[in-house]
Design a protein around this ligand. Structure first.
Ligand code: BTN
Length: 245
């Protein structure tokens, strides 16, 4: 991973660029990264705000030999990599809100967006976008996200070298990704569970179609799918959603 790196001083979205490059046949492990992203994309149609030179915005192009239904597990692998590298580099311990928001005291430090290019059930490419608020000043972000955003600098008072941070992240991700490909999701699941902050809580699940269901987050199964228990003790599998409590 990272043998081929496409760096842009400024770009609309590394994710959009990576999807286009993947379509053109970019190699497995290609990294698209920028200093300034002006039209960052988030999950479920949200936008992702960042300010110039203070945060990490990158997208990884992967071509794993995996069935389509296992690709959501890669999001959880990425979340574990982000939490572990943040802890190692800064000493800050944060939690994972299912599936992949990295949270510190209720505010978001990292966003992850996984998108897929597939033909029938064959995965052609998975593009994983990662945004990490490293040296960001949350008060410089637009009003609506200001109160929801955290940054490592705001937490510790220190500034971090972004290049070293990216290198550490790519190394950590590669280690966990190889473990995942070799041994399956069961090797990652306990690491994810150790950091999970939503398990056992009563949550509201807003699904992409717009429907909301309520229940207790029991945990994730071996596929990385969230299991939600409703008042009648019935269990629903949640594949993709925004959750709140
Ligand atoms: C989310 O939490 O909704 C996901 C946010 C993902 C943001 C990253 S920043 C790098 C990459 N490029 C984008 O346009 N989005 C992702």
């Amino acid at each position: 991973i990272g043998r081929s790196i496409c760096f842009f001083e400024t770009i609309g979205s590394t994710q959009k660029e990576a999807l286009a490059l993947a379509d053109e046949g970019a190699a497995d492990g290609t990294v698209v990264i920028t200093n300034e992203q002006s039209a960052g994309r988030g999950r479920l149609g949200h936008t992702w705000q960042s300010s110039r030179g203070t945060n990490i915005a990158m997208s990884l192009i992967l071509r794993p030999d995996l069935p389509i239904d296992r690709t959501p597990q890669l999001t959880l692998v990425t979340a574990v990599a982000a939490v572990e590298v943040i802890e190692e580099q800064t000493g800050v311990s944060c939690g994972i809100k299912w599936p992949n928001d990295i949270i510190y005291e209720g505010r978001k430090l990292v966003g992850i967006l996984t998108e897929l290019q597939a033909e029938a059930t064959f995965v052609k490419a998975v593009v994983i976008g990662i945004g990490i608020n490293v040296n960001t000043d949350p008060s410089a972000l637009p009003g609506d996200v200001r109160r929801q955003a955290a940054s490592l600098k705001a937490i510790t008072g220190k500034s971090y070298d972004l290049v070293a941070f990216v290198q550490a992240f790519l190394q950590k991700f590669e280690e966990l990704y190889r473990l995942f490909l070799r041994e399956g999701f069961s090797a990652i699941k306990p690491k994810w569970e150790k950091r999970a902050i939503s398990l056992g809580k009563k949550i509201k699940v807003r699904q992409p179609g717009g429907t909301t269901i309520e229940g207790v987050a029991l945990g994730i199964n071996d596929e990385g799918v969230l299991l939600l228990e409703d008042a009648d003790k019935e269990i629903t599998r949640v594949y993709s959603a925004d959750i709140e409590w």
